[in-house]
Every structure is written in C-alpha cells, then in structure tokens.
Design a protein around this ligand. Structure first.
Ligand code: AMP
Length: 572
C-alpha cells in the first residue's frame, strides 16, 4: 500500500494544519487509502490494527463532514472500551483543533451523566462512545441520531466479542439510512461480515497487505516502557552499553525536537533531522554525523530516508514505526558491511499489538528485554568511578591531603573506613538521581485526559519528559547545597557567583532539575558551579560561578529548550 502526503488526500487547510501541528509528516498507508474514499462519500471496511493510524483515517473525514452551524450529533464513533473512547476523543480534539465550532464529546459508562448531558445540550457534533452508554442516552432520549451523517465502528471485532452485537444493530437501525458507515476491525469473523452486509452499501475494502520482510542479521530487542520513562530508559541503555554512535527514530517532528533538546541537556551530543529543517541544514547535519561530529542523530522516517551512514552501532526506535516495512528500513541502517548491528525498540501500552505484527512480519527475531534496573545503573556508575579513581591513583594526578588523613588516622579511624566514607559522600549526589521506573506499561489516567477536552482556548497536553539533574560523564560528584527559591534579588548573595536570568519559568513546566540539566549539559558545568535557583512564573534566576558565567551566556543563548528559544542574560 502506497503512502501519500496529507496534502494529496483532499483535506481542508484546517485539517492539514492540524496534522502538521501533531507532527505527522506523511499519511500512513491506511490513511492514504481510506481518507480519499471516505471524503468521496463511500462506505469503507478497513482491516487494520491499532498503531496503523486508523483513528485519523476515519476521524479526519468525519471532521470534514461536520456542518458547524448545526448543533446536533453528526458523526458517531463507537468504541469497545471507555479507554479507547477517551483516546479517540483526544485524537479527534487534536485533529479538529483548527476547525472552529467543531465539538467532540466522549460518552462512556462510569462517567457522570451530567457532564455528558451538558456536552450534548451544548451541541456536540462528534460523539465518541461505548455502545452501552450510547444505548442509555438513546433510550433516555438525550441523544438523537436523526442528523447523523457517518457512523464508525472502531475495533468492531472486539465490540462483538464483548457482546455488543444487539446494541450495535439497534444503534445502526436508528441512524438515517443515507449515512456513511465505516467498519474498522483487526479480524473479519463471520459475525462482522454479516453486520457489514446488512448495514453498509457497496463498501470499499481497505487492508494493509501482510508482507514478509527479510531482515538483515541484526540483534533486535524491544522494551515495554511507559511513555513517561522512555527518555530515562534510553539514557540508561546508552550509558550501560556504552553506545557512542546511533540513530534514534521518532514518530513526529515535535518529538524529534524535544528529544534532541533533552539529550543535549543531559550531556549527550546530538542533532536532529526532520522535514522542517532546510535542505542545506540537513546536509550539514548529515555530514557532521558521518564524521562522528556528534553521537546521536534524532530523526523522523522521512528525513532519514536515503541516509547512508556506515558503522551505526544501534538504531533506536524511540517511537514505534508506522508499519513493519518502516521498521525494516529503519533498522537496516545498522549492521552494514558484515558487522553485527543492534536495533532497540520501545513499545508503550497498547502498541504491543503493533509490535506483535512487526515480530510476525520479521519472523520473530525480536527479543523482549527487561528495562535495566536502577541498581544496574548505579553499579555501572560505581564501576566507572572506581576506574577513574584507579587511573588517578596510578597517574598520581592529585593533590595530597596527608595532614588531614593523618589527623583522621590519629583519631583512630582505619584507612579503609576513611576511603569508604569518602566514596559514600561522593556517590550520594549521583545515586539519588536515578529515576524510579514503573516496569509495567501503565494505563494513562483517562480522567486527567478528559479535563483537557473543551479547554478555551483549546490546547492539548504536551509530552514532557523530565531531564535528570545529573549530566553525563559526571556521575559521582558531590553537589553544592542548592537553595531553591532563594531571594529574587538581581545579584547573587554568594561570593564568586554571578546571577543570571533565563526567560523560562514554572509556567513553561520547568523545575530546578531542568535548569541544572540544561546548564550542566549544554555549557558543561558541574553541579558545584551552579548555585541558588529561583524559579518564577515566566523567568528563572540562577547563580553560576563567576568564571563560568560567560560560557553559560554564550552556550545557552538561543538554543531551543522545552519548545522555546532560550534567552539568558545577566540579572539586573
Ligand atoms: P492509531 O492506529 O490510530 O491508534 O494511531 C497510532 C499512533 O500513531 C497514534 O499515536 C497517532 O497519533 C499516530 N499517528 C497516526 N497517524 C500518523 C502519521 N501519519 N504520522 C505519524 N504518527 C501518526
């Protein structure tokens, strides 16, 4: 199945703007095939799984069909579970972001009727609901289907498995006969076929071909990781496996930007490649990467197409690829010229279905591995520290402190105890920073997601991983006691420190760890060089040692951080 550009599918400028805002660079195969057919008014039966981009495939045409002047339900999307209904509603909200006057409303069991009734009274046009609750509203007369132009059955096979057949038939019978009907299902059991026969008119069948893929000899593993912990797991793997040269694939341009920023802030040299970057700049980035001018290239599929670089140690699929074909293209960049390559894939929550599809197509050569524990990370850091210590001892490259040691020995402390206590003190600052990771892919909190619906002005929650405070390669430093929220004066209260002002603050979702992270990572300062941090809503005051203030001003000014251009100046 061919992939197309969204601009080739017949969508409105508002929808094109919305997919661009979501960071989608090109339509997935199912979207390329389905969207033009639905826009042309056909009924569609799609054989497709979660992860193929099916939601946007039916949601975009549904949004396009809405008459904003008509405050009544015009599209009905039925989903098997409330979780899926919430997820689909969230995606519809994002896709309808620039369509003024289009309102979506999720209705599912377990949520108060009041909120749903209010939404219906206010004239929601796209209803995303579970069959049970939709039936309730129909029976109460609070939901009317007489203006419905499109009914979508998402994951139809699951709905039937859950015993919703009668409800679905009742609902379909109540919707006007001239409506468009869309079925999406991962399988086509006879019961679905009979529903399709009875409730659609000349449907067009759309399916993603099951292709068998040949995969080169690459060691392939995947990790089940909750989205929130992907960054932490990525950094752990890079550190533990001493990876120095890799490509990290992201699903969207936005994710590319964010990840590249976060990696830099954590002290990994990285750059990015995606569709919004000029051709000239892309060429420069690729040339630098080839010369190993930085360690990690963060890229989207489109931007990395045709990228020819040898000796890539590892390909990371930070976000799952759209399909098995993309997976094979991505990982084919490692293990060239007879060398063994590695591919590491992160899978979050329901994406496991898509992963299983990829495993099938690639003939099951992908192992599941467990996320490295905090203990393993600490052990590695300790080993690194011991190596550095040994090297320092062997070279004799340190200032002697015999007087202090003698004093401690005279007080009766054993030499081994003194050394152990020192190591303990030194390690304290770093081990605290190892973030705890929930191994099981945690389900998202749908109530929380619900609160993001219908906000004025509407905006959707952004992925914001939390950079750790410790920069790479400085694992065992003692940290300077930090006074968070110290007086907001424009000069430092500490001798030898210069107070700087950053144009980001709590309103941009940052915490002290982010400030330390970006300064330590980008300007290569140690934690001891960073003093008091005073976070305000729109700006932050931070002290750095006098001798480093110029470096911070130079290195941080103008970089992109948390989606903003960072501005740094002398306070006052
Ligand atoms: P779905 O199969 O609808 O559950 O979509 C799976 C994931 O892919 C969702 O997170 C979508 O936001 C994302 N997605 C859908 N279409 C695209 C696209 N064309 N490019 C990148 N990501 C997409």
């Amino acid at each position: 199945m061919q992939k197309k550009l969204f601009s080739e599918l017949g969508l409105s400028p508002e929808s094109l703007k919305a997919v661009a805002k979501m960071g989608f660079e090109e339509a997935s195969p199912i979207q390329s095939e389905t969207i033009p057919k639905l826009l042309a008014g056909a009924d569609v039966v799609g054989l497709s799984q979660t992860g193929s981009g099916k939601t946007a495939a039916f949601a975009l045409p549904a949004i396009e069909r809405i008459d904003v002047n008509l405050r009544a339900p015009q599209a009905l999307i039925l989903c098997p579970t409330r979780e899926l209904a919430m997820q689909v509603a969230e995606e519809v909200a994002k896709l309808a972001f620039f369509k003024r006057g289009v309102r979506e409303l999720p209705i599912y069991g377990g949520q108060s009727y009041d909120r749903q009734l209010r939404g219906l009274r206010e004239g929601a046009q796209i209803i995303i609901g579970t069959p049970g609750r939709v039936m309730d509203h129909l029976q109460r007369g609070t939901l009317k289907l007489d203006q419905i132009k499109m009914v979508v059955l998402d994951e139809a096979d699951r709905m039937l498995d859950m015993g919703f057949r009668e409800d679905i038939e009742t609902i379909l019978k109540q919707a006007p006969t001239e409506r468009q009907t869309v079925f999406f299902s991962a399988t086509m059991p006879p019961m679905i076929r009979s529903l399709i026969k009875n409730f659609t008119r000349d449907p067009v069948n759309v399916r993603i071909e099951d292709q068998e893929m040949t995969v080169p000899a690459i060691d392939q593993v995947y990790y089940e990781v909750d989205r929130r912990f992907k960054l932490e797991v990525l950094c752990r793997l890079i550190d533990l496996q001493d990876i120095k040269y890799g490509i990290i694939f992201c699903g969207t341009k936005m994710m590319c930007d964010e990840l590249a920023d976060h990696l830099k802030a954590r002290g990994y040299s990285s750059d990015k490649l995606h569709g919004d970057i000029s051709q000239q700049m892309r060429e420069r980035v690729v040339a630098k990467f080839r010369k190993r001018g930085f360690e990690f290239l963060v890229a989207t599929d489109v931007a990395a197409r045709g990228l020819d670089v040898d000796d890539i140690e590892v390909v990371f699929n930070y976000d799952l690829p759209q399909d098995a074909e993309d997976y094979v293209h991505r990982i084919g960049r490692t293990g060239r010229a007879g060398k063994t390559g590695r591919a590491v894939t992160f899978v979050s929550g329901r994406e496991i279905w898509k992963m299983q599809q990829i495993i099938r197509f690639t003939k099951g050569k992908i192992r599941r591995e467990k996320v490295p524990s905090a203990e393993e990370v600490e052990e590695k850091r300790t080993n690194q520290f011991v190596d550095t210590l040994r090297e320092t001892l062997e070279k004799g490259d340190f200032k002697r402190q015999d007087a202090i040691i003698d004093q401690l020995l005279n007080q009766g402390h054993a030499a081994t105890d003194i050394a152990s206590a020192l190591m303990h003190l030194l390690s304290e600052g770093s081990t605290r920073d190892v973030q705890a990771i929930v191994e099981e892919p945690a389900r998202r909190d749908f109530r929380e997601v619900r609160q993001h619906q219908h906000r004025e002005p509407r905006d959707y929650p952004k992925y914001e991983p939390r950079p750790a405070a410790t920069p790479r390669e400085r694992p065992m430093r003692e940290s300077r006691p930090r006074r968070e929220g110290s007086e907001a004066s424009t000069t430092s209260h500490e001798q030898g420190m210069t107070r700087l002002v950053l144009n980001i603050g709590t309103a941009h979702g940052i915490g002290p760890g982010d400030v330390v992270g970006v300064i330590a990572g980008v300007a290569r300062l140690t934690k001891e060089d960073i003093g008091a941090i005073n976070l305000q809503e729109k700006h932050t005051l931070v002290d750095v040692t006098d001798e480093n203030s110029k470096t911070v001003l130079k290195k941080l000014n103008g970089i992109k951080f948390k989606g903003r251009k960072l501005g740094v100046d002398l306070a006052g």
